[in-house]
Design a protein around this ligand. Structure first.
Ligand code: C2E
Ligand code: SIN
Ligand code: SIN
Ligand code: FE
Ligand code: FE
Length: 375
């Protein structure tokens, strides 16, 4: 009997998608040592932007925490328009590319690249990039084998994302039942999730956050108030300020949300889902305050998980700039002054600075996701 070792054996052991990608990369490198980086970018159809997601390169990633509009990446758009992968056998010609992402790739010195679109049942999901450290390596023979790896990696990405989508779908249905009543509109969730992503991206280098973390903050932040489903209408929709007894009931939404999410993770068998704690932390801790005055636990400073500190700033900023049954919408100027006052008291200073330092992007999000007729 011939002896053969499964070159992808590591996939059986790998647990996270990052580990699986690294295992697949190691297998690719056995046959094609010139493939020095494999990276994945995910597409957000609502804003038509592409965000870097994962990479395996054993070194610095020139595109970490990077986000680009599809219409600013004509060569990537072309891949979709033509429905065919892209082979660049001499990336040096891209060195002087006029776009940020091409310049960065040029600086890193990748000599050639192969880019495959990822589709899930006909829906465009993102791209896989194979980068080489030598020119003219992608011939028909090589590409045929790399295509197989590409599709394997696509399946890994799709299955990871569909775990999250299953959970999001369940929570969205539950959430829709809630939003029939809740004054928080869909556009509130669209905005606050993008403020959350912006803050996470700005803090990424300082806090060593990877792109998957940033993307999960974005996906999970709209679920922060899921526990409000347990709050009676007379309190949730009260057209005025809450009294002490009503406030106590209102504040149970954080713990109720945490319990709902724990239940859902268990009933859907998602215990192995990466970043499930991130979702639970967002629901449980988005009203904790850095000075310990928050609820439900009264956690202080860094005891509050970073994702909850991020979402708190995004949530308060959007609550202030939106109309509520108990208040009018404030101007950005007034809301930002208030955030500045709350920074270091209830809100995290770094998270507030990240938002305030990027007003252009904040305003862009506001323009794109204006209040709807029900807001
Ligand atoms: P929400 O309306 O989404 O507000 C989220 C958070 O934004 C609030 O958490 C608070 O930290 C901040 N925020 C909202 N409006 C203001 C404001 O006018 N000034 C300041 N400084 N901060 C503001 P909080 O207070 O724990 O409230 C949680 C949720 O409880 C609110 O979510 C809302 O659904 C409800 N709620 C709070 N106060 C009232 C109220 O007086 N009347 C009614 N009907 N609901 C309230
Ligand atoms: C692109 O990669 O989107 C095109 C290259 C460029 O024009 O910089
Ligand atoms: C990348 O390689 O990560 C994107 C840049 C490009 O090839 O257009
Ligand atoms: Fe809340
Ligand atoms: Fe909210």
């Amino acid at each position: 009997m011939a002896n053969h070792l499964d070159s992808l054996e590591a996939l059986n052991q790998a647990r996270s998608l990052q580990e699986k990608l690294e295992a697949a990369h190691a297998a690719v490198q056995e046959s094609f040592p010139f493939i020095v980086r494999i990276a994945i970018a995910i597409h957000d159809p609502k804003t038509d932007t592409l965000s870097t997601y994962l990479h395996s390169s054993g070194g610095a990633n020139p595109l970490d925490h990077y986000q680009a509009r599809m219409d600013e990446a004509p060569s990537l758009k072309q891949i979709l328009d033509q429905g065919a992968p892209r082979v660049i056998n001499n990336q040096v010609t891209f060195e002087d590319g006029e776009h940020e992402h091409t310049r960065r790739i040029g600086r890193a010195g990748y000599a050639a690249s192969y880019t495959l679109p990822i589709f899930n049942e006909g829906m465009f999901v993102g791209f896989i990039f194979f980068n080489a450290d030598r020119t003219d390596v992608f011939d028909e023979f090589v590409l045929r084998q790399i295509d197989a790896y590409g599709h394997l990696i696509s399946l890994m990405v799709i299955s990871e994302l569909s775990n999250i989508d299953t959970l999001s779908a369940v929570l969205k249905t539950t959430g829709r039942m809630l939003h029939v009543r809740d004054p928080e509109t869909g556009s509130h969730l669209d905005r606050m999730s993008r403020y959350s992503r912006l803050i996470a991206r700005v803090l990424a280098d300082q806090y060593e956050l990877d792109d998957a973390y940033i993307e999960h903050v974005f996906k999970f932040s709209p679920l922060h108030d899921i526990g409000k489903i347990g709050i009676p209408d007379r309190i949730l929709l009260k057209p005025g300020f809450l009294n002490a007894e009503e406030t106590v009931i209102m504040r149970t939404h954080a713990q109720v949300g945490e319990e709902m999410i724990s239940d859902l993770i268990e009933s859907f068998g998602l215990q192995n889902m990466q970043y499930k704690d991130l979702l639970r932390n967002i629901a449980a801790c988005h009203h904790e305050a850095v000075d310990g005055s928050g609820y439900p636990r009264g956690l202080k400073g860094k005891e509050i998980p970073l994702e909850a500190r991020i979402v708190a700033v995004a949530d308060v900023f959007d609550a202030l700039t939106s109309r509520r049954p108990y208040k009018d919408a404030w101007s950005n100027t007034r809301a930002l002054e208030t955030l500045q006052q709350l920074a270091g008291e209830t809100l995290d200073q770094d998270c507030v600075d990240a938002l305030i330092g990027n007003l252009d992007e904040v305003e862009e999000i506001q323009r794109r996701f204006r209040e709807d007729a029900f807001g």
